[in-house]
Design a protein around this ligand. Structure first.
Ligand code: GLV
Ligand code: MG
Length: 319
C-alpha cells in the first residue's frame, strides 16, 4: 500500500492526561497533533489517559490535522495496552501511532504485527494506520535505516533530542542549543543528517524534535531554521506560540515557491515539441535543466502541501 505523506510542519505535543490541553489543541493551526501517553503523562495517569485519548479521537473536531498517539516504548510494561486500547477504541479516527525510543527494527515489526491483529479482529483496513519512529539513543541511530524500512507503515523518522542527549551523556541540559565547551561546529549535525538520509533514502518524512524554551520564539526559529535548511519536513511544537513559527519555517518563502512553480512550467514547455524539445533552457538569466526540475519539485511540493497560492506566473514566449 502506498502511503500519502501529509504536511507535518508543526507537530503539536499534547499530554493525553489533560482534557483541557486536548480541547485547546483542536482549534490550533498545527499540521499534526499527537496525544501523548509517554513522557508527558505520569505513570499513575496513564490508564485514564488511554480512555481520555480514545474519547477525544472519536469525538472528532480535528479538521485536517494528522491525528497521532504516542505510546510508551517496548522496554516498559505499558506498550501493548496503550496500543490495544487506543487502536481498538479509536482505530478509525487515528492516522498513526508514534513509537518512542526505537532501538531496533524488530521493535517496529512488533508494533506492526500487533496493529495488524487488531485491524483484522475489528475489520479495519489492514495497514491504514501509520507508524512514526522516534530515534532517541545511539543504538536507534545506528539502526536508523533498518528502522525506516522495518514496516511499510513507517511514515516519519523523528529526532528526540532530550532523550538522545541524556543517552549519549552529552554535557548539557539545554535541548537544541550547542553543548557548552563544543565550539567547532554543530553538535547535532551527524544525528540530524543520519535521520534525514534514512528518511530520504526510503521516502519517509524527517521530523525534528522539541525545543523546550517555549517562551523564546526567536530561539525556536533559529533552531528550527537549521533543520529546515537541511531538508527536514517539520518540527515538534510544545506551545501555541511555536506553531506559526514552525509552519512558516518549514514552508518555502512565497518567492521561492513562485520560482519553483515557474521552473516546472518553463521546463515542461521547453522540453515539449512546441518549446523545441530542449534538455536545458534559459529562464530569465538562469539556465535550467532536469536537475533544476527535481529541486523545484521539492520546493513546490512543500508549498502545495502547505496550501500556498501562486503569485508571479511564468508564461511561454510568443510563438
Ligand atoms: C522527545 O521525546 C525528546 O526526548 O526530545
Ligand atoms: Mg523522548
Amino acid at each position: 500500500m502506498s502511503r500519502t505523506l501529509r504536511a507535518r510542519r508543526s507537530c503539536l505535543a499534547v499530554p493525553g492526561s489533560s482534557q483541557k490541553f486536548i480541547d485547546k489543541a483542536r482549534g490550533l493551526p498545527a499540521d499534526q497533533v499527537f496525544l501523548d501517553l509517554e513522557d508527558a503523562c505520569a505513570p499513575l495517569a496513564k490508564p485514564d489517559a488511554r480512555k481520555t485519548i480514545v474519547a477525544a479521537l472519536n469525538e472528532g473536531g480535528w479538521g485536517e490535522k494528522v491525528r497521532v498517539v504516542r505510546v510508551n516504548d517496548w522496554t516498559t510494561e505499558w506498550t501493548y495496552r496503550d496500543v490495544t486500547e487506543v487502536v481498538e477504541g479509536a482505530g478509525e479516527n487515528l492516522d498513526a501511532i508514534m513509537l518512542p525510543k526505537v532501538q531496533t527494527p524488530e521493535q517496529v515489526v512488533a508494533l506492526d504485527l500487533l496493529m495488524t491483529q487488531i485491524e483484522k479482529t475489528l475489520g479495519y483496513e489492514v495497514g491504514k494506520i501509520g507508524i512514526e519512529a522516534q530515534i532517541e539513543n545511539a543504538l536507534g541511530l545506528t539502526n536508523v535505516n533498518a528502522i525506516a524500512t522495518a514496516s511499510p507503515r513507517v511514515e516519519t523518522i523523528i529526532f528526540g533530542p532530550a532523550d538522545f542527549m541524556a543517552s549519549i551523556n552529552m554535557k548539557s541540559l539545554v535541548v537544541g542549543e550547542q553543548p557548552p565547551g563544543y565550539d567547532v561546529g554543530d553538535a547535532y549535525h551527524h544525528i540530524l543528517m543520519s535521520i534525514l538520509m534514512a528518511a530520504r533514502a526510503h521516502d519517509k518524512q524527517a521530523i525534528d524534535g522539541p525545543f523546550l524554551q517555549i517562551r523564546d520564539v526567536e530561539a525556536f526559529q533559529r533552531v528550527a531554521g537549521r533543520s529546515a535548511a537541511l531538508g527536514f519536513d517539520g518540527k515538534w511544537v510544545l506551545h501555541p506560540g511555536q506553531i506559526d513559527a514552525a509552519n512558516e519555517t518549514f514552508s518555502p518563502s512565497q518567492e521561492d515557491y513562485d520560482h519553483a512553480e515557474n521552473i516546472l512550467d518553463a521546463y515542461e514547455y521547453f522540453t515539449s515539441e512546441a518549446g523545441g524539445r530542449k534538455g536545458s533552457a534559459m529562464l530569465g538569466d538562469e539556465m535550467i535543466d532536469e536537475a533544476s526540475r527535481k529541486m523545484a519539485l521539492v520546493i513546490s511540493g512543500k508549498g502545495r502541501a502547505a496550501g500556498m497560492q501562486r503569485g508571479d506566473k511564468w508564461t511561454p514566449p510568443e510563438a
